[in-house]
Design a protein around this ligand. Structure first.
Ligand SMILES: *Cc1c(COP(=O)(O)O)cnc(C)c1O
Length: 379
């Protein structure tokens, strides 16, 4: 019964071969810059492509500063440290996200609190956040204290699911009142805007991923963005082994990380970001084709909301129920069209089963029904 969908995808991607969920596209200066990088011998932790890629991501997103990292998880880890999160502090996030969001907290020894997502954005809900904070916390000496655990809630990590912007301005204004630092996990939302401002630039810090399955790729890589000069300088320092600049001496003034993005990965990124506007245009075209196809079927396509522009990184649909979802996954994957269910909720994983949480009815509803469908840009 899903054969019509399978045929439509094969026609759209103009192939009878296996169709992946998301493949990178290389149609520009990738080989040129990689050759340049190899010829220079600067393939590793320093080189001009790193600086150039940082500058280009800052320009594209409108952030004042960008700091390249080895991957998006490392970017999140450092962004949380820069927000003042320590062992045994608490960090709010949504249960509907990729594991990296929560792993970054666990690396520090911080504890997640799970708050539900909105039905329209699939991102952290401002109403549910406000409700939780009103019912469960009090302010003591300017810090937000959790009544149940007595721990400090230091930060929040809302995530722009599949590139669909969430109501980030409302989240920021609530968190300002509670002195909770906002780290936006914008790993999936390069090229997505909320009220004409790029996602990842509303909070104190934002993070991106350039993994192979993201909108553009460096092979593996990440980026931290911020408008705070002091934080930017500290983030650069701590991601580059905390070395004090000197012509020959090795001196380090704190425990740093080797989270640098190699120059060879940055070279790939410099070529990819040149193609970003074209890739985004192609992804929007594909999204329009899907929207037209799903109109009048019982499958619901998840569209961008008012006030927002999605990059349509991964197209997503809502099936009627769990049985239909499973039938759809089986039939598509057996017929060479790769589809995947949305993540299992973070609060159901063994590491986080005892975490504090609010009412998660929307996330639980989506968990049973949402499937991602092939979303590569067709250049
Ligand atoms: C991809 C992704 C990350 C970061 O992933 P890396 O593979 O470490 O670059 C973080 N959060 C979300 C929601 C992601 O989708």
């Amino acid at each position: 019964m899903y054969q019509e969908f399978i045929s439509f995808v094969k026609e759209t991607f103009r192939t009878e071969e296996f169709i992946p969920l998301h493949a990178p596209v290389f149609g520009g200066n990738e080989k040129k810059y990689l050759n340049e990088c190899i010829d220079s011998t600067f393939v590793s932790s320093v080189g001009k492509f790193v600086d150039q890629f940082e500058e280009e991501v800052a320009n594209f997103t409108g952030a004042k500063y960008a700091i390249a990292t080895s991957n998006g998880t490392a970017a999140l880890h450092i962004a949380l440290l820069m927000s003042g999160v320590n062992r045994n502090d608490e960090v709010i996030t949504q249960p509907l996200t990729f594991i990296a969001t929560v792993n970054a907290m666990s690396y520090i020894g911080a504890k997640p609190i799970f708050i539900d997502v909105d039905k329209d954005t699939l991102g952290l809900s401002p109403e549910k956040l406000e409700h939780f904070l009103t019912q469960n916390t009090k302010m003591v000496n300017g810090e937000c204290i959790n009544n149940t655990s007595k721990r400090k809630i230091k930060a929040i990590v809302p995530m722009h699911t599949f590139g669909l912007p969430l109501k980030i301005d409302e989240i920021v204004s609530i968190c300002n009142r509670y002195n909770i630092k906002v780290v936006e996990d914008a790993a999936e939302s390069l090229g997505s805007y909320y009220k004409e401002q790029h996602t990842g630039t509303f909070g104190l810090l934002g993070t991106f991923s350039f993994n192979g399955n993201k909108t553009i790729t460096t092979g593996g890589g990440g980026m931290i963005v911020t408008n705070d000069a002091n934080i930017a300088q500290k983030a650069k320092h701590i991601t580059t082994t905390a070395k004090i600049p000197h012509k020959w001496d090795y001196e380090h003034d704190m425990v740093g990380y080797n989270y640098r993005l190699p120059n060879i990965n940055a070279a790939l990124g410099c070529a990819q970001i040149e193609k970003l506007p074209e890739i985004l245009e192609q992804k929007r075209t594909l999204s329009n084709q899907y929207q037209a196809f799903f109109k009048g079927t019982k499958l619901q396509y998840i569209n961008e909301n008012k006030d927002s522009i999605s990059n349509y990184w991964l197209n997503a649909i809502v099936l009627e129920n769990l049985e239909e979802r499973n039938a759809f996954l089986k039939e598509t994957n057996e017929n060479g069209v790769m589809t995947r269910p949305i993540w299992k909720l973070m609060n159901t994983l063994t590491m986080h089963m005892n975490a504090q949480k609010g009412n998660l009815e929307n996330a639980e509803w989506f968990e049973k029904r949402v499937v991602n469908i092939p979303s590569s840009a067709i250049l």
